[in-house]
Design a protein around this ligand. Sequence first.
Ligand SMILES: [Zn+2]
Length: 358
Amino acid sequence: MIRIPKAFASSYAKARVKFLEAAATAGTHIESFNHPLPGREGEQLALDVALDGDPQAKRLLIVSSGCHGVEGFCGSGVQVFALHDSEWREKARSAGIAVLYLHALNPYGFSHLRRVTQENVDLNRNFLDFSKPVPDNADYGRIHPLLLPETWPPDDANRAATQAFIDQNGVKAWQAAISAGQYEFSGGLFYGGNAPTWSNHTLRQVLSRYVNHANQIAWIDLHTGLGPQGVGERIHAGRDNAEALARARHWWGDGVTSIHDGSSSSALLTGLLWYSIEEAAPNAQYTGIALEYGTEPVVEILDALRGDHWLALHPEAPAELAAQIKERIRHAFYTDTDPWKGQVISQARQAMFQSFGE
Ligand SMILES: [Zn+2]
């Protein structure tokens, strides 16, 4: 066991070191998939994999972090803590469960304090068959110019127009229009891309190597930025399938929400990451959740993202403004306090222990 705050890091580079050290100390099998671009401090970026347990185990639990880059501060802390947690490791071993830790699915976004990949893509909207027509999100198109004004911070006219939209349609509609996923504006928010990204290809490569022997697969994908602060919402991570949802609720409690029936604080989304498991292990029984921890109110989250996208489109922005925007997005997705970290670890640990209905 380590002290909870020690499991968390203040940068991607430090988080990666903590993860690799913890994985090595635990004697896990480690493999790194290097990213082609450098990190914010010039460091090597990678999707790092640690397999704890029997490579032939029939039950496999995937615990993944950093799908949304900057959200990785939270997920990395959970993974580092788990690798030091001898009680958890013993429990998994005795139940015949191998645990596959995927550290920084989107290492570029983690390091550069972005929610998106280097392609400006929301990785969790990118798992589509791009040979087919992409989903349409006309609501996003209507507000795109409002989201990314010429100047940042937004001027009074932009602020008034934004507020008018929210007053007329409600915060839920504002959130849904922005976050559902869109495939039209490559510089915009929650852009799903027009092809599989590096992170998409790499994740599928990892899964093809590590999951095909398992006949029962559970997945806990760690996220932040939705819901009440410190509360980990368990959102069913799978297709609209009653049997899989019932199993998720049996394992992780009746509180497991679904984006398909409106019970989740997340909007209905397209192109989701966990669809990748179907290709990697078509015959396995799959059950998953996104564990989504609240940080700040949703309007603040969306404003922090607007600023970050504006900055990506305006590299000429003054350094001081750029630093403010980066600090704001980090704060939006990572509540850097001991109580919050304590809530994160205890809820993640509980979810891990509950996997497979044990
Ligand atoms: Zn997320």
